[in-house]
Design a protein around this ligand. Structure first.
Ligand code: FES
Ligand code: MG
Length: 563
């Protein structure tokens, strides 16, 4: 039987000497195990209200076996679970609440280290943010992508939903067809089966070093994922013994590796927000200039939907994140260490190079410019994001007059109005969707094409918002405009007909209106009202803007706050 290590280090030691042990014995744990084994908390975001995380109960069983095999004592602890489409008005509103739950329960429970089980988009950063702040050894494992759905004999991914929704809104699919389509859309547990936010975040965890290399894209219900779960459990015990804490893994270098990975994947725009929030918990700040530099110098290499024709399975078969690291080697910090204690240099040394159209090389990229463009300019002094990889090149530069909507209700009321002042060259603005205005930056920034333009064949146009877009969607949409309109950012000043210029090659977003005129408009602005109580109040008082990760100011590490 392994002996307990290093007395004081183990918070679970207090179980031995206190009445807590009596209660744990009451829960079925043996005195001997409680005294001798390191306690590993399995922080599980399984929930029946979260279909994407529904297989985590099975995965937890395998994690448990791995922990036992390595001499640890597994204790499963439920966490808050957030679903992207089910929780409203937006999942990001609840990410910080979940991060607080995870942080406090890691800190205040007698566990020596944790396995974090996550899946649906925000559950990944929420758990990691909490675990970094808590400071105990932590390893992440996601639910894995769900199977592809079959509709009318064809395999389809969640990406198809957005096109179908648009057709439905335009009356091209009737009630029966829509119901039938929806009934087939989600064939079982697991995360969205394209390079959406959940997949991007899972790959980001691997690249950052907080998950076992090569494990992100094993299907949700597969032998490989079960084995990965066992290994993750075993590794958690090793990490406790080695005192391998998140601060040794999350560094500016590993954050750069993670972001370059997202760019090469053509991954979700949401990653920009979450990565800055993760950095803030580790006492680090990335900042828009670093994001710009990294994105401009990282080519897009992975052709997975929605930024290419291939599936996650194809990418996994081609070697997944370690194979991508091998391709990107000259751009990455290979001395960064991961949960196993190994450097990336060692990991890619044993990774085979595969030849596959889903994973291109540096000298034959899908696009030499990164999948994500970080924009700045008079309309977005604090930055904005544009997913170039999912937008045809003709939309990367554009100049046109604004058509402005004040939030979702206004947009839904007027978007199909035949008298809407809009043409194919127009730039649609949807504001009031930011961290405070949304609240929580709802993923509704992809405004549908106005009906009168749709009927004349228009299928894409430039749209700009302070909100977010689903990582599974495509389209010429500028997102996360900072500062948001509810905080009086320039986006709040735009009027119908103002000329807006987008240049996603040079990274610019400009509002071409005279400064004096803007000053005049600014005088009449009103900021968003604060809710009067509860979590909504806490959120409104303390949430930061997109350029600082939409975290609460008091949760960001003091080292960053004091800068
Ligand atoms: Fe949960 Fe996509 S909605 S992962
Ligand atoms: Mg999503």
């Amino acid at each position: 039987m392994p002996s307990r290590i290093d007395g004081d280090y183990l918070r679970s030691n207090h179980i031995e000497s206190s009445i807590a042990r009596a209660f744990m014995q009451g829960a079925g744990f043996s005195e001997k195990d409680l005294k001798e084994r390191p306690v590993v908390g399995i922080f599980n975001s399984w929930s029946e209200m979260n279909p994407c995380n529904l297989n985590l109960d099975q995965i937890a069983k395998s994690v448990r076996e791995g922990i036992m095999e390595a001499g640890g004592l597994p204790v499963e602890i439920p966490t808050i679970s957030i679903h992207e489409q089910i929780n409203y008005p937006s999942s990001l509103l609840l990410r910080n609440l979940m991060a607080m739950d995870v942080e406090e329960m890691i800190k205040r429970s007698p566990v020596d280290g944790v396995v974090l089980l996550n899946g649906c988009d925000k559950t990944v950063p929420a758990q990691i943010m909490g675990a970094i702040s808590a400071g105990k050894p932590a390893i992440s494992l996601s639910a894995g992508p769900r199977a592809l759905s079959i509709y009318k004999g064809e395999e389809m991914t969640i990406h198809s939903l957005w096109g179908k929704k648009e057709e439905r809104q335009k009356g091209e699919i009737n009630d029966k067809g829509w119901e039938e389509y929806l009934s087939k859309l989600i064939p079982g547990p697991g995360t969205c089966n394209v390079m959406g936010t959940a997949s991007t975040m899972s790959a980001l965890m691997e690249a950052l070093g907080l998950a076992l290399p090569g494990t992100s894209f094993f299907p949700s219900q597969s032998k490989e994922r079960e084995l990965a779960a066992k290994k993750t459990g075993r590794m958690a015990v090793e990490m406790i013994k080695e005192k391998r804490t998140p601060d040794q893994i999350v560094t500016l270098e590993s954050l750069e590796n993670a972001f370059r990975t997202v760019c090469a994947l053509g991954g979700s725009t949401n990653a920009v927000i979450h990565l800055e929030a993760i950095a803030g918990r580790a006492g680090l700040r990335i900042g828009i200039d670093r994001f710009r530099l990294w994105s401009e110098t990282t080519p897009h290499l992975v052709a997975v939907s929605p930024s290419g024709p291939y599936s996650l399975h194809d990418f996994s078969q081609a070697g997944g994140v370690p194979a991508l690291f091998k391709r990107l080697a000259t751009l990455l910090h290979l001395e960064s260490r991961v949960v196993t204690g190994e450097t990336w240099s060692k990991i890619i040394g044993r990774t085979e190079s595969t030849d596959s159209p889903v994973l291109r090389t540096l000298d034959n990229p899908i696009n030499p410019d990164g999948g994500l463009a970080i924009l700045k300019g008079s309309l977005a002094p604090g930055g904005a994001v544009f997913k170039r990889s999912a937008v045809p090149k003709e939309f990367w530069t554009h100049r046109g007059p604004a058509t402005v909507f004040e939030g979702i209700e206004d947009m839904e009321k007027r978007i199909n109005d035949p008298n809407l002042p809009v043409g194919p060259e127009s730039v649609i603005i949807l504001r009031g969707m930011g961290p405070k205005g949304g609240p929580g930056m709802p993923e509704s920034a992809k405004v549908p094409i106005p009906k009168k333009l749709w009927e004349s064949g228009v299928r894409n146009m430039v749209r700009i918002s302070d909100g977010r877009m689903s990582g599974t969607a495509d389209g010429a949409v500028v997102l996360h405009v900072t500062p948001e309109s509810a905080e009086g950012g320039p986006l709040a000043l735009v009027q119908d007909g103002d000329i807006i210029e987008l240049d996603a090659i040079k990274g610019r977003l400009e509002l071409l209106v005279d400064a004096k005129e803007l000053d005049k408009r600014r005088k009449n602005l009103q900021k968003a009202k604060s809710p009067s109580r509860g979590y909504d109040w806490l959120y409104h008082q303390h949430v930061t803007q997109a350029d600082t990760g939409v975290d609460f100011d008091f949760l960001i590490d003091p080292a960053v706050r004091s800068r």
